[in-house]
Write a protein that binds this ligand. Sequence first.
Ligand code: CDP
Length: 209
Amino acid sequence: MSIVIAIDGPAASGKGTLARRLAAHYGRPHLDTGLLYRATACALLDEGLPLDDVEAAVAAARSLSLVDFDEKRLRARDMGEAASVVAAMPAVRAALIDMQRSFAARPEGAVLDGRDIGTVICPDATVKIFVTASPETRATRRALELAGRGEEADYAAILEDVKKRDARDSGRSAAPLKPAADAVTLDTTELDIEEAFTAARGIVEKARR
Ligand code: CDP
């Protein structure tokens, strides 16, 4: 049976971890759509082009291939910031829609996480979860994640990053970050990974009934 799970939320809210856990639990493929924007930005930086070169960004977005992502590089701190710059361009977003929708249209369904999955990419998803947490909690989680990968992780700088990215992602006119009208909000500020996963599963089960 097809089941499409749409997970959205701000930076470092834990949506990626939840999406991976739900995908494994339900045996559905997972697409981290943030990687598409990160890879688009990365292609521009690699070519020495400015991030506001719309034409080059669209060309990079169109030629992305899901299989050759260097995740370590793409998940680096500076790439999240660069991704949110290219993600604000309507033409870049448009260039990435088909790839995301065809992923979601697999016969068995899929789990997608991002900023506009429930609002734009999969408006008819089986279930939509909007994952949030306080900026301070998110900054702490991101600092731990970066430190775990051996990247320098200054809490104050990361908190600034998180707030700046929230403002850019929520304030843009193209597919701004916001919960879909029919999304269930899951605030994970006080929840650990297991508790958040249990809560998310409960939301999915309720939607399937
Ligand atoms: O992991 P984190 O939440 O920090 O970032 P991400 O999900 O990889 O997304 C990086 C940036 O890509 C975000 O700040 C958004 O600007 C953009 N993005 C988006 O606009 N739409 C999506 N569906 C996914 C990411």
